[in-house]
Design a binder for this molecule. Structure first.
Ligand code: SF4
Length: 273
């Protein structure tokens, strides 16, 4: 699948964030070539065109380092989430280095930075990402490579993501593992959850977990994947929605008891619903 790249200019770099633990968000790219089937970002941005071509088009904010360099002189210090509506280390970043330039500016101005990615490219910036100023989070939905390839077609393999946590944790950088989204009958088995939590235990990472967020257009993209994994009758969407709420409490209990057994700290990523 080829990705269409283009450049745009931005007027702001730091946006106020309502996400837990973040003061600002910084997104160097619009769109994400990782193309995760369950990604709800097009729904957040309320952009149907973007939803239909999600994973196939990326706009790079070419002037974001310059804009950020001005903003950090004026804005109050606060934790910056890098990134919240794209992956800051998606493949194009290897060439453009927009994320690298931005985190360098933030670190020099003493803004704490919280990085979330599904790419081992973040290891390129290990010289900048130092303990105390940064935390690094990696999303792992499953340790099954084949399933991960279906769900997250262009992201790094689960093993490579685990390696990211290993290397930053060994360096003393605070690490966390985002276990989610948990999708009924796809990645919610006891074994699947246990394998991911074992990575967190090995790397002394906090686990943040979450269920599937069924924002607009998520099911359209996910259906195709679910049919490949386990062909079902066409009423699967209704069934999935029903199961999501019916068994979520049970799934939460399974995650929390496995974390307790393994000595891993864990919390719901948002709130206990
Ligand atoms: S890496 Fe994140 S932003 Fe990118 S497609 Fe996947 S879920 Fe969406």
């Amino acid at each position: 699948m080829s990705v269409k790249y283009s450049f745009v200019t931005c007027k702001t770099a730091l946006s106020t964030s309502k996400l837990p633990g973040l003061t600002y968000s910084l997104n160097p790219y619009i769109g994400c070539e990782h193309g995760c089937r369950y990604c709800y970002v097009p729904g957040v941005l309320n952009d149907r065109k973007l939803a239909l071509e999600w994973g196939q088009s990326v706009k790079a904010k070419k002037n974001i380092p310059e804009v950020l360099a001005q903003e950090v002189k004026k804005k109050p210090k606060g934790v910056v989430g890098v990134s919240t509506v794209c992956d800051p280390y998606q493949p194009i970043e290897a060439r453009l280095e927009l994320t690298r330039k931005c985190i360098d500016i933030l670190a020099r101005q003493d803004f704490p930075v919280s990085i979330q990615t599904k790419s081992e490219l973040v290891l390129r910036d290990i010289d900048l990402i130092v303990p105390g100023k940064f935390d690094v989070g990696v999303t792992i939905t499953t340790m099954n490579r084949k399933l991960a390839r279906w769900l997250e077609p262009n992201a790094a393999s689960p093993d490579k993501r685990a390696q990211v946590l290993e290397e930053f944790s060994a360096k003393g950088v605070e690490t966390w593992l985002f276990l989610g989204p948990i999708i009924p009958e796809i990645n919610d088995s006891e074994q699947s959850i246990r394998e991911v939590i074992e990575v967190a235990a090995r790397t002394k990472s906090l686990v943040l977990y979450d269920k599937l967020n069924l924002r607009q257009w998520v099911m359209e993209r996910l259906n195709d994947t679910m049919e490949k994994i386990d062909p079902r009758p066409p009423d699967q969407e209704a069934k999935l929605i029903r199961k999501l709420s019916e068994i979520w409490h049970e799934t939460q209990t399974r995650i929390e008891s496995t974390c307790k057994e393994k000595g891993v700290r864990c919390e719901p990523a948002f709130s206990k619903k």
